[in-house]
Design a protein around this ligand. Sequence first.
Ligand SMILES: [Zn+2]
Ligand SMILES: [Zn+2]
Length: 250
Amino acid sequence: MDNLEKPQLAFSSTENICEYFKRYIVDVRGRSVSTYNHYVQGLRTISRYMKEAGLVKDSIYELGSIEQLEFAWSVLSKNEEFVALNKRGNNMYSAGYNNYHTFAKGDLFKNFTEHDIVKMDVPVVCEKPAVMEYKVWKRSGILRTQTIEMANYQCDMDHSHVTFIAEKTKKQYMEAHHIIPLQQQGKFEHSLDVYANLVSLCPICHRKIHLAIMEERRQMVDELYEKRRNRLVKCGFTLGKEEFEDIVLV
Ligand SMILES: [Zn+2]
Ligand SMILES: [Zn+2]
């Protein structure tokens, strides 16, 4: 039950975020690679300051939720040395941050066309599992937020499913679900924490796909297989339907 029973980690899968940020800036937003490099350069400096302030271990990409990102930025905004540097650099650092922040919040994801989404489907290098109290694969809170934003706060199984308005987002409550469970990461070379493997589900569908009787689960899983098969192939997951069912219906 990825949202509910697993602990939320304090960091995200950094390779995914970096890769997706690049695709987003260059392929979806149509900016030049040099603009992207400019942002990344700014983010590198920001990371250095955040590291010095003890906010991250290595980089800003570790911050796995919008709240953590905004908190770290608010700390940096009070650092006089950083503020002066940003001013001298014609706000290149805040430009990097603002673009990354907009990306992370998924503000523009609701305008994504199917064509845009497919541009984001690439195989992503897989990180080693994080060593916590027990072995768990890193997952990104940002990717979850973006997935729900991309689905326009609707259930991917059926757009007519209605939930309630959540206090936090003031939008219809939805949950993000990994189609191929992250516990199966050990069987794959590429990361399962990718957009193609994430769907937005209403709480009933989410519980149902995890806990319903096998026949009902199989029906849902088959439907998702048909919907996402091609996108999953693009991310390095080439699975026949039976193989897919065996891996998903554990
Ligand atoms: Zn789930
Ligand atoms: Zn639903």
